[in-house]
Ligand binder design. Structure first.
Ligand code: ZN
Ligand code: ZN
Length: 447
């Protein structure tokens, strides 16, 4: 059903686009009439988006394994008459829609992968799929809502393909694999081949693109509300592995050994001083968490070594680089003080900070607000991370959240992304598709 524009959205449109709004006969920022055209096209594919989402939800695929999803997407884009590239950065798909009028090039992005999570939603289309993750059989679930992202972008693609003749420029539809992480285990140096957004960038997915937009669905914002912020939005994420090497011996005579258990314990505590005592957190916050300690086999044997796994989260590239150095120095020096050695390796996760450039954010907000009837709010920084940041390293990119708690569930109590109970309100699929289409058209029309 067509949603009438509220007084708020019209006022917001006027406020932000000023005089161009009232004299918008020629190519200018998106106006209410332009949105109505988009809206009608999106409403025409609303039911299809629900069935795509349910189909993808019932057939989730882990990072790097998105073969079925990629085929579904590629077939759809081909049917819409687009130029389609497949196997971009693994299973990635890029569809190119050339408008009838000359102009700029803008990209819209959706991620396609699911997670090794056992689905417990009880939905009629709940996943029963199992796959292999790092050598183990695991249940697979679309617990991060990427099924919704794919469905929304397929919907936006169909709507925009129907408006091809009047589009002033080109829109690239980027369906990305492996957002959640590396599909393969790291080698001895902690490295893996490029994956996800980075791999797509390296294979030319952003060639000629001047800006990129992407969204994440969340159950933890009010229904139909867009959450955004200018500047750092989501943390940069670096995984780290520290091997503390001592010298094994009998637990009764530690003076004949170098105890890596005690040294590793000191390293864990010492690393907490990197954020609390060493980084300038008046600039941006940061987090260091050690999530795993492995070492030893028996109560009275001092082992040779202990392995620590952890994560660093930062919101500023300078602070990130500073923290990486300080983690290494702190771990090495603490281990050395007891005669042990710490080897610090970063990776395979190394996502940059997801940062919305001030200029693109300010320029895009009027269209975004228009598309959601003014239901937009500035949200706090998110310490989770996103490899959309890899696209933002290459071209200006704007990333935002869309609230879609399941019907009848209060957003603050809704199971979060990655939960076995994660679910969304499918009525928000057209809202998300409308925002993507509106942002793309607005970017092409804007001077
Ligand atoms: Zn996720
Ligand atoms: Zn996600």
């Amino acid at each position: 059903m067509h949603k009438p524009l509220s007084a708020i959205s019209l006022a917001t449109g006027l406020l932000f686009s000023g005089l161009t709004f009232v004299s918008s006969a020629q190519a200018q920022a998106l106006d209410a009439a332009g949105l109505q055209t988009i809206d009608a096209a999106i409403n025409g594919v609303a039911a299809k988006m629900v069935s795509w989402r349910r189909d993808i939800h019932a057939h989730p695929e882990l990072s790097g394994q998105e073969v079925r999803t990629a085929k579904l997407v590629a077939d759809h884009l081909k049917r819409l008459g687009m130029e389609v590239q497949t196997h971009v950065g693994g299973t990635g798909v890029v569809g190119t829609l050339r408008g009838g009028l000359p102009g700029k090039v803008v990209a819209l992005r959706a991620d396609m992968d699911a997670l090794p999570v056992p689905e417990n939603t009880g939905l009629p289309f709940a996943s029963k799929v199992k796959s292999t993750y790092l050598g183990k059989e695991v249940p697979v679930m679309h617990a991060c809502g990427h099924d919704a992202h794919v469905a929304m972008l397929m919907g936006a693609a169909e709507a925009l393909a129907g408006m091809k003749a009047t589009l002033p420029g080109t829109i690239k539809f980027i369906f990305q694999p492996a957002e959640e992480g590396a599909p393969v285990e790291p080698d001895a140096t902690g490295k893996v081949p490029s994956f996800g957004a980075k791999a797509m960038v390296e294979e030319g997915a952003l060639k000629d693109v001047q800006a990129i937009y992407g969204l994440h669905i969340t159950a933890n914002l009010p229904s139909g509300v867009v959450g955004y912020r200018s500047g750092p939005l989501m943390a940069g994420s670096d995984s780290l592995k520290i091997v503390v090497e001592g010298r094994g011996g009998h637990g009764s005579s530690p003076w004949n050994a170098v105890d890596p258990v005690v040294a590793a314990s000191q390293v864990v505590l010492g690393l907490q001083t990197v954020v609390s005592r060493q980084l300038n957190i008046s600039q941006e916050p940061a987090v260091i968490t050690i999530g795993s300690i492995q070492g030893g086999t028996r109560y009275n044997i001092i082992p040779d070594n202990v392995e620590l796994l952890g994560t660093l989260r930062t919101f500023d590239e300078g602070m990130r680089q500073d923290a990486l150095k300080r983690i290494t120095t702190t771990a090495e020096a603490i281990a050395m003080s007891s005669g042990a050695k710490a080897k610090v390796v970063f990776g395979p996760v190394a996502y940059p900070v997801t940062t919305n450039p001030a200029e693109l954010t300010a320029a895009s907000l009027p269209a975004l607000k228009l598309a959601v009837g003014g239901k937009a709010m500035i949200i706090p920084k998110v310490s989770g991370s996103e490899d959309f940041s890899e696209f933002q390293k290459v071209v200006p990119g704007f990333f935002y959240f869309l609230g879609a708690p399941p019907k009848g569930v209060e957003f603050s109590k809704a199971p979060s992304n990655h939960s076995p109970l994660f679910d969304i309100d499918e009525d928000q699929l057209p809202v998300g598709a409308r925002t993507l289409a509106a942002l793309a058209v607005d970017f092409l029309q804007r001077k």
